[in-house]
Design a protein around this ligand. Structure first.
Ligand code: ZID
Length: 229
């Protein structure tokens, strides 16, 4: 069977959860990466059976998540983590959650994966029009929503089996004006799409790994509700 690492699952409402379920239904083993500040509530809800109804697979069995890794995809290694995050109460309880450390942990625990899913985005100023977006807000959107994919793929490639596949989720706002999707998120998705072409070329040649991004239709996920969709 195949093994998948799905980054960006913190409840049962988003694309990451749905993709994990489809992969589980097709027989894949599921590992997830959960944003550190959301880890506690996700693990607790899962343990208490809150997601049992939505864990149901077509054959009646429940999706098993073999392991949940804390992850913050805006940091590549411990040297990148600023003091205020290190000492933040929501982060202090977890360890090894930078991208490089998560890849190392997965390698140590399982050796290899076949499928990498990037289902995460964040734009702190998403509700601001581009004309009112700060430099920091814009760069943070790119860091969390675009470079996070470059970084994940870079660090997971060495443990991906040849013939494997990687996907991310993009947004039509990369090519059309979508008022309300501000803060540089349009730019972040345009970067994600352009990077997908380059990464497909590079990872395809070097490691025989496919790289794609899917421009899905709207889904009332937590992230979508937060921006009023
Ligand atoms: P979600 O909240 O389930 O997933 C986002 C996840 O990212 C959450 O679990 C966060 O905890 C996690 N996260 C945030 N920051 C970090 C970080 N630094 N490190 C690790 N994890 C982090 O929401 P979702 O399912 O909507 O989002 C998944 C992907 O789908 C994202 O890339 C979205 O941009 C993308 N996407 C979603 C929608 C949608 O409808 N929900 C659309 C397009 C793309 C969309 O809104 N027409 C109109 C609208 C749309 C599509 C078409």
């Amino acid at each position: 069977g195949k093994r998948a690492f799905v980054a960006g699952v913190a409840d049962d409402n988003g694309f990451g959860w749905a993709i994990a379920k489809s992969l589980a239904a097709a027989g894949a083993e599921i590992l997830v990466g959960t944003w550190v500040p959301a880890l506690n509530i996700f693990e607790t809800s899962l343990q208490r059976g809150k997601f049992d109804e939505s864990r149901k697979l077509p054959d009646g069995s429940l999706m098993e998540i073999t392991k949940i890794y804390p992850l913050d995809a805006v940091f590549d290694n411990p040297d990148d983590v600023p003091e205020d995050i290190k000492s933040n109460r929501r982060y202090a309880g977890s360890t090894n959650w930078t991208v490089q450390e998560v890849a190392e942990s997965v390698k140590r625990d399982f050796g290899s994966i076949d499928i990498l899913v990037h289902s995460l985005a964040n734009g702190p100023e998403v509700s601001k029009p581009l004309l009112e977006t700060s430099r920091n807000g814009y760069l943070a959107a790119l860091s969390a929503s675009s470079y996070s994919y470059v970084s994940l793929l870079k660090h997971f490639l060495p443990l991906m089996n040849p013939g494997g596949s990687s996907i991310s989720l993009t947004h039509v706002a990369s090519e059309r004006i979508i008022p309300g999707y501000g803060g540089g998120m349009n730019s972040a998705k345009a970067a994600l799409e352009s990077d997908t072409r380059v990464l497909a070329f590079e990872a395809g040649r070097k490691h025989k790994i496919r790289v794609n991004t899917i421009s899905a239709g709207p889904l009332r996920s937590r992230a979508a509700k937060a921006i009023g969709f």
